[in-house]
Design a protein around this ligand. Structure first.
Ligand code: S3P
Length: 457
């Protein structure tokens, strides 16, 4: 038998060696880093919302391809966007920070240079997928790597349409990073998107810039449209209608000055908090009100939340203010065609559903299993840890509310949106909640816990 303390054979066939009992048991693993969140009376205030993550990535990339200097205000300063920044620098792009301004010195479509090492995309799926499109048509080779979470996420969905354009890309086990790209001349394609993914769509759009002809995308094109808007802003020849996106290749992009609006997926955590913590009232200013991102706001409205929105600027990205107050909520059903407009908000929507009257059902969300973590699994695991009941479905979940939540230990799986969603759940739980590996919020919202503290006072 093995001694439970020293793990060596104990010939006496006892669970501890006699000499081991006297020795203190040393834990081999250090205690996991964690943060305690306690219930609050209410939340009040107007937290400053960092820049939109999707728009920030695209602003850096298009700035790098433009002919001249692009100035960006309110770029998201977070780990994911820093991954795109570092990869572009490794490809020879000069990016400088001057106070609140970021300057990207673009030198035209054909100015990127081979990186001297592998390009580390960190945890960022957007960095890896968009760079696959950007790098496929270069006259040099590249290797894209990522952390352990990103290395488990599917990349074939991007490689496949790029193959049709003539790209030479090798994936580990035919689907995963590292992504080995042999730069190769590309040709335009007519491609019906089979997955409503803005990352796949944007990768093809970037590759299309390096083709001599016009690339046409049809099918499931109705995911977030920041690439379409930004291509237009930078003067690219792009035509979009309800059924098709057409991008003319080999054109030059004009540098632009732009301000990144606040991220609606980040604002969603405070909208949810105001909606479920009695007596709360929160104002969120300068948030992107792009219709392709408003699924969560619309869902809260349907549930009976007290929300006012005010448009402050129409374009190129509609931006405005959101005021939200606590109100009793009713259950909601969300179907597959609505999923792209709230794909990143489903973890926090699950928390809101636990407080709504009736049975909420979210379907068509199987994509959540291949996000930064298996988010459907993480939602179920952590809600159950808090004592809530839910039916986990292959493509979503069913939750009947309102339910009482208990403080618990939350497994974030190093996923920023799981950490933030369950920090909000902790505000209405009975007793304290421990968020494990809480600093993963730095992927999209490094100051999340400070903002939470300020709103709780
Ligand atoms: C993003 C698109 C979405 C979203 C991700 C960011 C983007 O992914 O979940 O956080 O910036 O294009 P999919 O389009 O792959 O669903």
């Amino acid at each position: 038998m093995l001694c439970r303390t020293c793990q060596e054979t104990n010939k006496a066939e006892q669970i501890f060696h006699n000499h081991c009992i006297a020795e203190p048991v040393v834990l081999k693993e250090p205690m996991a880093d964690s943060r305690e969140i306690r219930p609050v009376k209410h939340l009040k205030g107007s937290p400053k919302i960092p820049g939109d993550k999707s728009i920030s990535h695209r602003a850096l990339i298009l700035g790098a391809l433009a002919n001249g200097k692009t100035e960006i205000l309110h770029l998201l300063d977070s780990a994911d966007v820093n991954s795109t920044w570092a990869c572009l620098e490794a490809l020879g792009v000069s990016i400088k920070k001057h106070g609140h301004k970021i300057w990207v010195q673009g030198q035209g479509l054909n100015s990127l240079q081979q990186a001297t090492s592998q390009l580390d995309c960190g945890n960022s799926g957007t960095t890896m997928r968009l760079l696959m499109g950007l790098l496929a048509g270069q006259n040099f080779d590249s290797v894209l790597t990522g952390d352990s979470s990103l290395s488990k996420r599917p990349m074939k969905r991007v490689a496949e349409p790029l193959f049709f354009m003539g790209a030479d890309i090798k994936l580990k086990d035919d689907n995963f990073a590292p992504v080995r790209i042999k730069g190769h001349p590309l040709k335009a394609i007519n491609y019906p998107l089979e997955i409503a993914s803005a990352q796949v769509k944007s990768a093809i759009m970037l590759a299309a810039l390096f083709c001599p002809e016009t690339t046409k995308l049809s099918g499931l094109i109705h995911s977030r449209d920041h690439s379409e808007r930004m291509f237009e802003l930078f003067g690219a020849n792009i035509k979009t209608n309800q059924t098709e996106i057409a991008i003319t290749g080999n054109q030059s992009l004009m540098p632009r000055d732009l301000k990144v609006p606040g991220d609606p997926s980040t604002a969603a955590f405070w909208m949810a908090a105001a909606a479920i913590v009695p007596g709360s009232e929160i104002e969120l200013c300068d948030i992107s009100l792009n219709p392709t991102r408003l699924g969560f706001l619309r869902a809260l409205e349907k549930m009976g939340a007290h929300i006012e929105t005010e448009i402050a600027s129409a374009g190129p990205e509609p931006t405005g203010h959101i005021r939200i107050k606590y109100a009793e909520l009713q259950a909601i059903s969300v179907h597959s065609d609505e999923i792209p407009s709230l794909i990143d908000e489903i973890p926090i929507l699950a928390i809101v559903c636990t407080q709504a009257h009736g049975t909420s059902e979210i379907r068509g969300a199987e994509e959540l299993k291949v996000k930064e973590s298996d988010r459907l699994g993480a939602i179920a695991q952590n809600l159950q840890a808090m004592g809530a009941k839910l039916d986990l479905l292959p493509d979503g979940f069913r939750i009947t509310g309102p339910q009482k939540l208990n403080g618990a230990q939350i497994q974030t799986h190093d996923d920023h949106r799981i950490a933030m969603a369950f920090s909000i759940a902790a505000l209405i739980a009975k007793g304290p909640t421990q968020i494990l590996n809480p600093e993963c919020v730095s992927i999209s919202y490094p100051h999340f816990y400070n903002a939470l503290r300020d709103l709780s006072q």
